[in-house]
Every structure is written in C-alpha cells, then in structure tokens.
Write a protein that binds this ligand. Structure first.
Ligand code: PMP
Length: 395
C-alpha cells in the first residue's frame, strides 16, 4: 500500500474530505510533494508556522536540546532551563501583571487550564463565551465553544456556560457576579476573522472588573505576531487576566501556555487540591523551539512588516468574484458568494500549487494566514495563483 492508502485505511479520519496532499519536505513558505510537486503554504498549518517551516534558528535550538535531554519529569518538578528561559521570554513580551506562565502541550489544554484556574481562583461556577467561538476540541474547551452543531452530540458538557455575541455591547449585561471567567478570542478565527472594536474590549474589560470575573483572552490563533502586534490584545489597549496561546508559539513544535499573574496562578499550588497536572507540558525540545521562535520574530523584525504585507495581499486580491476581505494583519478571510463558489477555487488553487482553506464556522470565505516570513515577491506569486484559480473555475 502507498502512503495515501495507509492514511485512508489505518489513520482515524476527521472528515470525509481530507485535503490528501502528501508532503515530503517543507522549508520557509514552500512545501514539496514526493513527485516534484511544489506548494505555497498560505495557511501555515492553521496559524502555526509563523516563522516559516523549519526556520534554521528553530532547528538549531531543537538540535542543541536533542544533545542534552528529552523528557525528564512531569511539568513543574525539575528545573529545566528551556522552560525557565521560555517563561521569562514570554513574560518580557507581556504587560507586567502577566508574569507567570504555565506550559502545556496544546491550545485545548491551555484553555482547560485557564478555565480551571478561573473557577478555582474566583470560587464562582459560571463561564461565559461567544457565539461562533472556537477554543478547542477537548470537553471543557468544547463546552465554551460557540457552535451548537459541534457540541450537540457530546452533551452533557460543562454546566453553567452561556454564550454572548462577540462584539455586542448590550450582551455584556449577561455577565453576572457568579461568572468565574469570560473567555473570548481576541480576533475570532474559525468564525471567519471577526474583529472587535476598542470600545467593545474596553467595555468587556470594565464589566469583568465590575463583576469580579476573570477575562481570558484566547490568543491561540491571533498571538505570536500574526496580527501585526506580538499579542492581538495590544491593538485594543487592554490587559486580560489570563492569556492562552499555542500554535505559532512552538515554531512548528507542539506547545501551549496559559499565563496569569503570580497571585492568581498561585492557587494551583495549594495542597491538597490538585491544580493542573501535565506529563509532557512544556516539553524541553518544544520549549527550546519556542524560545528560538520568539527570538526570530523579534530579531527579523517580522511583526512590524505584517501590516504592509497584509495591505499587499489586499491590493492584489481584487476580482469581481471577491466580495470583500476581513483581516487583522495576516489573519485574513477572503469572502466569496458561497461555499459552492469557493470550494472549486480552493481545489483549483491547490492544483496550481497554492494552498488555502476555509474556516470551521464560515465556509464562504478563504483562509489566508501565510508564514510571516513571506516576501513581497511571494505574495505576488500567491495572489497570481489565487486569481488564476478563480478565472479558471469561473470562466
Ligand atoms: N483556540 C483557538 C482560537 C484556535 O484557533 C484553536 C485551534 N484551531 C484552539 C483554541 C485549539 O487549539 P489546539 O488545536 O492546539 O487544541
């Protein structure tokens, strides 16, 4: 059997329509198939490869750590320098009040940890999240998800969860003093890139303070430079109580974190109640990769170039079939009339070697989230490919 047959026979599937692209090697913004195919990766493995595939500095950090040790002990017991140094580097990117980092394995696990922390710290039972939010696929993260179709089969989920409309000021009145936390994606990703206003975020921040509720911002997709600031919440001039991150954090390695201040996080060390326990959380190789990723983002000045690159995409992607573009930096959604119009365009673009995608809860829009390392020439190449695909399909 070839790899495609093995994939279909023995790997559990997540969809009836997997992309089924086989990749043998990846470098920078390009991925290469076994038969000489060359693809441009415009989705970064869903917001992961912010510094491009196999960035040399990330590879070097991984190699250095491979020469020292792999797993030693569950998270939180031994002093492991990649974890300690990563925690400091993350805190250096954040406002002073966010000074304590809990390292985990993934976005979903970071959300689980953050929700537990908020309940434990406040002693309150309720959670509030947004309609069309995506916070992950584990039971707690799914519970605060905002799409009923995804949740229906798994009920009963966490009790005491209610949804409000992202960006809606009136809905903030639904946050009451029994609420442990409000969890919000700073920029809604799977909803198709929805961007709240400064007024909204200020009002949300104030409401949480008024109710003694912690504000958790999910920066799993929007963080690590994607929107043109290191953290997307910097656009809105607010400071959350807890930040969750993952995806782009590891430069291609699995890692996540939830971050709070030392006092809030401190409740997790109070015995005899267990806090959050994770065997592989902050794996030393992933932590070393993450530290290098932060250095690359800063040293290569990648974040400052995001806005200009996004504008370039918008200037090239002009076509009667394109209804509009929603974006915050290089987190972009290109809107078409319907999924029926968009799907063949995405398929055709892949044929032409340009990989895009749609969104979990928004299937009329094309996802564009390239590595931040993409050059201006590569943006032109990418947009030419997309426009050609549109013309070929709609001719
Ligand atoms: N939150 C957001 C905003 C996400 O985009 C994702 C992943 N798409 C997650 C949480 C879950 O992350 P993971 O898949 O690493 O569990």
């Amino acid at each position: 059997m070839n790899n495609r047959q093995l994939f279909l026979s023995h790997l559990a599937q997540t969809t009836d329509f997997p992309l089924l692209i086989e990749i043998e090697k990846a470098e920078g913004v390009y991925m290469y198939g076994p038969n000489g195919e060359k693809y441009m990766d415009l989705i970064s493995g869903i917001g992961v490869s912010n510094v491009g595939h196999r960035h040399p500095k990330v590879l070097k950090a991984i190699q250095n750590q491979l020469d020292k040790y792999l797993h030693l002990m569950v998270y939180g017991e031994y002093v492991q320098s990649p974890q300690a140094q990563l925690a400091k580097a993350i805190c250096d990117t954040l406002p002073e009040s966010l000074d304590n980092v809990y390292l985990v394995n993934s976005g979903s696990e970071a959300v689980e940890g953050a929700l537990k922390l908020a309940k434990r710290y406040t002693g309150k039972p309720k959670l509030v999240s947004c309609v069309n939010a995506y916070h992950g696929s584990s039971s707690g993260a799914l519970s605060v998800g905002g799409n009923e179709i995804f949740k229906r089969a798994y009920r009963p989920l966490l009790p005491g969860v209610s949804n409000i409309q992202y960006g809606n000021l009136e809905d903030l009145e639904k946050i009451d003093s029994d609420t442990a936390a409000v969890i919000v994606e700073t920029i809604q990703g799977e909803a198709g890139i929805r961007v709240g206003t400064q007024k909204y975020f200020k009002a949300l921040r104030d409401k949480c303070l008024e109710m003694g509720t912690l504000l958790i911002l999910d920066e799993i997709q929007a963080g690590f430079g994607r929107t043109g600031k290191f953290w997307a919440f910097e656009h809105f001039d607010i400071v959350p109580d807890i930040v969750v991150c993952a995806k782009g954090m590891g430069g291609g390695m699995p890692i996540g974190a939830f971050i709070a201040n030392k006092e809030v996080m401190g409740v997790f060390k109070n015995n005899p109640l267990l806090g959050h326990i994770t065997t592989f959380g902050g794996h030393p190789v992933s932590s070393a990769a993450s530290l290098a990723t932060i250095q690359v983002l800063q040293e290569e000045n990648l974040i400052n170039q995001v806005e200009e690159k996004a504008e370039l995409f918008k200037s090239f992607l002009v076509h009667p079939k394109i209804k509009g573009i929603r974006n915050k930096g290089l987190m972009m959604a290109v809107e078409f009339e319907s999924f029926e119009v968009l799907k063949p365009i995405i398929d055709q673009a892949i044929e032409l070697g340009v990989i895009t995608d749609w969104f979990l809860f928004c299937d009329d829009s094309m996802r564009i989230a390239p590595p931040l390392t993409i050059t201006k020439e590569q943006i032109k190449e990418a947009c030419d490919g997309i426009l050609k695909a549109i013309n070929l399909v709609t001719e």
